[in-house]
Design a protein around this ligand. Structure first.
Ligand SMILES: Cc1ncc(C[n+]2csc(CCOP(=O)(O)OP(=O)(O)O)c2C)c(N)n1
Length: 289
């Protein structure tokens, strides 16, 4: 099947991109665009916000309203934009470090508010841009530039974290399952509330090399072999779950969205302050006197 041409969403003058050979970031970026293309949204009504990191460079390559902000602060800028212009579809492209280390606080509070943002985490389990330091999603005992003898910090499950914090749509996929990513992007945007997509991706140059995985293809094969759909996952014992992870739509439970609640608060307040006919009469009288 021929794929749709999605070049109208790219700033082709910004290419070549900075990503290393074998990096999964381009697969995620393309899958996001394919989801957006299927939705047929007005390109000028989409805002893409990112922080700092290899993954966050994606915003610069996309021809929407874009902001490439500061490390860990993508969600704060995105929140401001959504509050000021709730009619926009706001997408946050971020890394595991950007959104769950320095930006972890903003992540849980944006989820708690259920503000209508669509977060796509390029989860490569490492700080790619700065040379392979461990991140909050680096698996236990894996090697990183800052953990040469193995990582001692137990990793976050970002889907469990955002579920506990209050996100209303949560899904996980991998760069091996690219078409699934596009479908989740569509569902995320259709959810009126905080949507969170945890996309497992490969960093062959830092993570792969330090952990003795031969190349990007082997990393993709690991994703294929270790991913379990929800049904398969549900029958595994804790022991069988070791080294594996669940992919699929993990949570979909709508509740009131923040910008809508904010708008109705304003309207309720204005209504309360409407002058009653009697007080208007009194005012006219006092003006006439
Ligand atoms: C305030 C601040 N602290 C630290 C940095 C350095 N820095 C830039 S990107 C980055 C980590 C990026 O990791 P991640 O968000 O996982 O993205 P990746 O590069 O792996 O895609 C760090 C620590 C910075 N730019 N600003």
């Amino acid at each position: 099947m021929a794929l749709e041409d999605i070049s109208q969403y790219l700033r082709l003058d910004k290419f070549p991109h900075i990503w290393c050979p074998g990096c999964g970031n381009g697969i995620i970026m393309q899958s996001v665009l394919r989801g957006l293309d299927k939705l047929g949204l007005d390109q000028n009504k989409i805002a893409v916000i990112s922080g700092i990191g290899c993954s966050s460079r994606a915003a610069g390559y996309l021809d929407f309203n874009t902001l490439h902000t500061t490390h860990g602060r993508a969600l704060t800028f995105a929140t401001g934009i959504k509050m000021a212009k709730p009619e926009l579809t706001v997408i946050v492209l971020t890394g595991d470090g950007d959104c769950s280390a320095i930006g972890g606080n903003h992540l849980i509070h944006a989820a708690r508010r259920n503000i209508d943002l669509n977060v796509v985490v390029f989860n490569n389990s490492i700080y790619g841009m700065t040379g392979g330091q461990f991140s909050p999603t680096t698996p236990l005992n894996d090697i990183a530039a800052t953990a040469p003898f193995g990582n001692l910090d137990p990793p976050f499950d970002l889907c469990e974290l955002t579920k506990a914090a209050g996100a209303t749509y949560i899904a996980r996929s991998t760069t091996y399952h690219a078409t699934q990513i596009s479908n989740f992007v569509i569902k995320a945007i259709q959810n009126k509330g905080f949507s969170f997509l945890d996309i497992i991706t490969q960093c062959p140059v830092y993570y792969g090399r330090m952990n003795k995985i031969k190349d990007a293809v082997d990393m993709l094969k690991e994703q294929r072999d270790n991913a379990r759909n929800i049904k398969q996952w549900s029958i595994l014992s804790d022991e069988e779950k070791q080294g594996k992870f669940v992919i699929g739509e993990l949570h979909n439970q709508p509740r009131p969205e923040y910008t809508e609640s904010y708008q109705s608060l304003i309207e309720r307040h204005i209504e309360k302050r409407q002058p009653s006919p009697k007080s208007e009469e009194r005012e006219t009288k006092s003006r006439e006197e």
